[in-house]
Design a protein around this ligand. Sequence first.
Ligand SMILES: [Zn+2]
Length: 310
Amino acid sequence: MRTVLAGDLGGTKCRFALVSADYAVHRVQQVPTVRERAAFLDRLERAMRSILQDLPPGLEAPVAAGFGTAGVIPLDGGSISRAPNLPLDGFPLAQHVRDRFGIPVTLLNDGRASAWGEYLRGNAKGLDPLLCLFFGTGIGIGLIVEGKPYAGAANAAGEIGHTVFRPGGRPCPCGGTGHFESYCGGRAITERATNELGARAGGWTVGSVVQHAGAGAPTSPLAQAIVDDAAEAAIAVTANACTLLNPAAVVLGGGVISGWPGLEQRLIDGVRAATTPMIHERLVFAHSLAGSDAILWGAAAATGALWPRP
Ligand SMILES: [Zn+2]
């Protein structure tokens, strides 16, 4: 069966696999993301080579590779920019992989890749337009319109996490201030907890900040303020996106949602309250697929070698 090599390049880990034409995901390899470029590229190459060794009967060697990655993919499609958690800024990754593996390489923003995977195989399969919001380390977004990801004029659409929630507010890793991501991104939540509540053994997680807010400790009101800001920002950014785009369905996912019991329902209720009936009456909310196979499916779709390409 025909296959492509698919990758999910994330800020903390990278996953690679073969995706076959029946959507099955084979031979997943996962490596932690390191910040040093040469070491990063070495791990990436070794993970991919181990996938390709001794392919099981019935699976052909991949005809193309597709990577979903954090950051913006410039129009030439060959590199990644504005990916603060990957050591690849401006690096010609597509050419690098093509030189080593001899197959064409497609790069796709990971929010767009996830959304495409959700549209193809997820809980909101086939619902169009489909809006996917991933509250992870940062905020990822993907919009599917007429069966394919919407990319914008310069391949840069969707950075709604870097629009303003509170003018002049908290600094954002992108260099701006008051952005949604600096209130409801997972990294912002845990960094703010460290700054305002003090260091915690093993470090803060979104879940531990939420627990601390309800713990009745002297610093619990500070944790509650962090949690309230995060919920308010998450509701506002989702409601804003729904009002702008009028999607048929919204897929919610990411570590902030999975690590914070109750947030998803609070978000759904908040969005219904903050939007007009035209927007929310028929709106379907769906859980994102567990794990990150959605990114692998989307990255595989982007190659155009297994399923229709936009
Ligand atoms: Zn920002």
